[in-house]
Write a protein that binds this ligand. Sequence first.
Ligand SMILES: Cc1cc2nc3c(=O)[nH]c(=O)nc-3n(C[C@H](O)[C@H](O)[C@H](O)COP(=O)(O)O)c2cc1C
Length: 534
Amino acid sequence: MSVLFSPLRLRELELRNRIVVSPMCQYSCVAGDGVPHDWHLVHLGARAVGGAALVLAEATAVVPEGRISPWDTGIWTDEQAAAWERIASFVRGQGAAAGIQLAHAGRKASTRAPWRGRGRVAHEDGGWEPVAPSAVPFSDGDPAPRALEAAELPAVASAFAAAACRADAAGFDVVELHMAHGYLAHQFLSPLSNLRTDDYGGPRENRMRLPLQIARTVRDVWPERKPLLVRISATDWVADGWTLEDTVAFARELRGAGVDLVDCSSGGSSPAQEIPDSPGFQVPFAAAVRREAAVPTGAVGLIADASHAEAIVAGGDADLVLLARELLRDPHWPLRAAQELGAEAPWPKHYERGRPRAPLRVEPTGDVELRRATLDDLEFLVELYNSDDVEPFLGGRSVRGYDELRADVERSQAHPHLFGRLVIEVAGARAGAIGYRCVSERNRIAHLEALAVHPSHRGRRRADAAARAIQRYLIVELGYHRLELAVYGFNRRAAAHAERSGFVREGVKRKAYLRHGEWQDAIEYGLVADDLER
Ligand SMILES: Cc1cc2nc3c(=O)[nH]c(=O)nc-3n(C[C@H](O)[C@H](O)[C@H](O)COP(=O)(O)O)c2cc1C
């Protein structure tokens, strides 16, 4: 059973699976208004339709000066909250939980959207002076931000709380506090950006003070029944920066503050960071925090394969996986992953007609079973299709070479509803193979081909049993309406077998195949769904 597609309960919220849409800035507000628009509805709504369990809206500023860019979303006004309500409601209507990431960009504020050339936005173009723990810019040469006075800090925590109240009123199920990627809370945590000498700087306890105050203040107002998440950067990837050890200590405090899950990202504090880019490179952080701080975690970063995501949650490295870029490439990734893992995921009824049919699950017929071929079967398939006993009976389109069979197997795994190379097993041992391909998607017609039973397994009508099993699979499971089969005119054995297994002879195609320099007739057989013995 798939763990990725098992539910997860956080407080009173049940997530339908373990897949989360990682927050992604869209820089798509009308400059300055902070109000989410149709783009945000479609972007987040599509990913809820795509089957994710939790859709986290982008880093959303709790105060105007906390926006990364003038085009960021906000939640400091009632107008913004009202616009979010429509989006949260749509997301929830698709069976996903709706979440929002609350953020303050600190010294990384007032920059341009990526496609507007990055860099600072000047005052005259709607920019503002960023604030930070210390007057230290992110990059040398950037203007220094204004260091926040200690007296201003309670207002920062209160702004997060006010935003959480608006998020609750807008119908969000989850709030995630953005304490990663070099934004304000992370700037307080990291010794690279926090050079304060008051109670909010210096030793780690002091650097954690404001982020923990934010978490506690939000937890106080965020409903008891709703989960609170925090995204952290587990390391700065820079010597003398914030480390995994610091993260574990911080995560323990967050758990004590009532945080339900720590989403483990990394980096963002310094342009000197050196970040590896291998799949799942941040998973070890989620695993360490989960193990050492005894708090549920989320893993994020270069997770793209269903089996990888499954291994992360099944292996106990994390409780959730968050995907960003892969979900930009394919909003329906969760539905596809469910198909790949043989798990159940609810398809939107409007899209049901596009649903690939279930993976191969054929009732055993006596001691004969079918299964989809894997690359481990290649040697067997090559031997089978090239054996002297089988080869003369194969139809014109049968593939025989190693490379062709390999391509075949890969295609069969990637597009099971259109193409199949299946292995026939007798009492658990490989005994033969059979293929099919879709010849008309519109009319739901598949062509069966290259049925071959190894000589050592002939008898007891095994080919007939295999043919009946594949008929049932194609018609009942994959929804085909008509199956076709063509047999060499001289191949009495195959013709008798086709008739015994229910195919109806429909005609002869004269001189259909060229074989060893001679034209051969093809006897054509068909079977429609109504003919199937059920
Ligand atoms: C377009 C885009 C926008 C992003 N915006 C945010 C954001 O608002 N908040 C955040 O915490 N991370 C943000 N990220 C980082 C992602 O959430 C994620 O952590 C990162 O892309 C790694 O995951 P991936 O390899 O699945 O893309 C953004 C990433 C992308 C690609």
